[in-house]
Design a protein around this ligand. Structure first.
Ligand SMILES: [Ca+2]
Ligand SMILES: [Ca+2]
Length: 282
C-alpha cells in the first residue's frame, strides 16, 4: 500500500462530459491521509481469501453473472437468449463467477495476476473486512486517482496517450464490435501492466471498474466538505475508473471525475475493487 497524502483537493468537474452522471460541480473536498493498495485485488488474492474462509460470492449463489458478449466462446453464446435491452452486449451467463470469468468453459489458471471479476459490492466488503481493510469512499478514491495533479482529465494529465504511449487498459477501435487492442489487451491485463500515477497507483483508471463505499447520488453541493462519505442510503453504489471496455464514443468514463453505479449485489466481467486503510491504523 502507499500513503495518499491528505489535504484539500478539487473533486468533480465544472465541464462534465456526462452531466447526467453527476460529475459536477467541481467542489473543494478535504480528505485525511490514508493508505491505498497500489493495484486492484487480484484473482490470487481473492483465492487466498476463499481458501481461508470458504466464502461463496453472490454470483455463485445466483448461478450467473453478466459477461461482455465480445469475450464469450461461441458455445456459451449459443445457449443465451436473454440480453439487456439498453446494452445488448451484456449477457447473463450461467456459471460465470470469479473462478469462471466467461462461464463454465473458462478459468483463471493463467490469470492469477489479473484483477478478480464478478465480485459484488457485498463480496468486496466481506473481503475487506477479512483483511481488516475497507473500501475507499468516492472522495478518497478520486483524490487517489488524481495523483496530486489538479484540474486534469486523467491521472497522468490531459492527453490520453502522451507520446503515443498507453497509460491504461481501455478499448481501442469501434465499440462494441471491434477491439483493436492497440494497448495490448482485449480483456483484463495483469495488474501493474501500465505506468502508475503520481501516488504510485496502477490501473486506477481502466482495466476494471472499482467499487467505492458511497451510495450513489447525482446532486452535489459546491460547498467544501470534510471526509465526505456520500448519502446515508440509496439503491446503488458508486464505482469509479472505467474498464477495458471503455471507449470515448460510448463510455467516456476513464476520467478522474467520471463515475457510474450498480446495485450492491451486481457483478460483471469488468468490475472489481481495491482496498484502503486509514493512516492511523497502519
Ligand atoms: Ca485494451
Ligand atoms: Ca481500475
Amino acid at each position: 500500500m502507499v500513503l495518499i497524502p491528505g489535504g484539500d483537493f478539487l473533486m468533480g468537474t465544472d465541464e462534465p462530459s456526462i452531466p447526467a452522471d453527476g460529475e459536477g460541480p467541481q467542489r473543494p473536498v478535504h480528505v485525511d491521509s490514508f493508505y491505498m493498495d497500489i493495484h486492484e485485488v487480484t484473482n490470487q488474492q481473492f483465492q487466498t481469501f476463499v481458501a481461508d474462509t470458504g466464502y461463496v460470492t453472490e454470483a455463485e449463489k445466483f448461478g450467473d453473472s453478466f459477461v461482455f458478449e465480445g469475450i464469450l466462446s461461441d458455445s456459451v453464446k449459443k445457449e443465451i437468449t436473454q440480453a439487456v435491452a439498453a446494452a445488448p452486449w451484456w449477457l447473463p451467463v450461467k456459471g460465470a463467477n470469479w473462478k469462471h470469468p466467461e462461464g463454465q468453459d473458462s478459468n483463471i489458471t493463467d490469470r492469477l495476476d489479473h484483477p478478480v471479476l464478478h465480485v459484488s459490492w457485498n463480496d468486496a466488503l466481506t473481503y475487506c473486512s477479512w483483511l481488516h481493510k475497507r473500501l475507499p469512499t468516492e472522495a478518497e478514491w478520486e483524490c487517489a486517482c488524481r495523483g496530486g495533479l489538479q484540474n486534469r482529465l486523467y491521472p497522468w494529465g490531459n492527453k490520453l496517450n502522451p507520446k503515443g504511449q498507453h497509460y491504461a487498459n481501455l478499448w481501442q477501435g469501434d465499440f462494441p464490435n471491434h477491439n483493436t487492442a492497440e494497448d495490448g489487451y482485449v480483456k483484463t491485463s495483469p495488474v501493474m501492466s501500465f505506468p502508475p500515477n503520481g501516488f504510485g497507483l496502477y490501473d486506477i483508471v481502466g482495466n476494471v471498474w472499482e467499487w467505492t463505499s458511497d451510495w450513489w447520488m447525482v446532486h452535489h453541493t459546491a460547498e467544501k466538505l470534510q471526509n465526505p462519505t456520500g448519502p446515508q442510503s440509496g439503491s446503488d453504489k458508486v464505482k469509479k475508473g472505467g474498464s477495458y471496455m471503455c471507449h470515448k464514443s460510448y463510455c467516456y468514463r476513464y476520467r478522474c471525475a467520471a463515475r457510474s453505479q450498480n446495485t450492491p449485489d451486481s457483478s460483471a466481467s469488468n468490475l472489481g475493487f481495491r482496498f484502503c486503510l486509514p493512516s492511523y491504523l497502519n
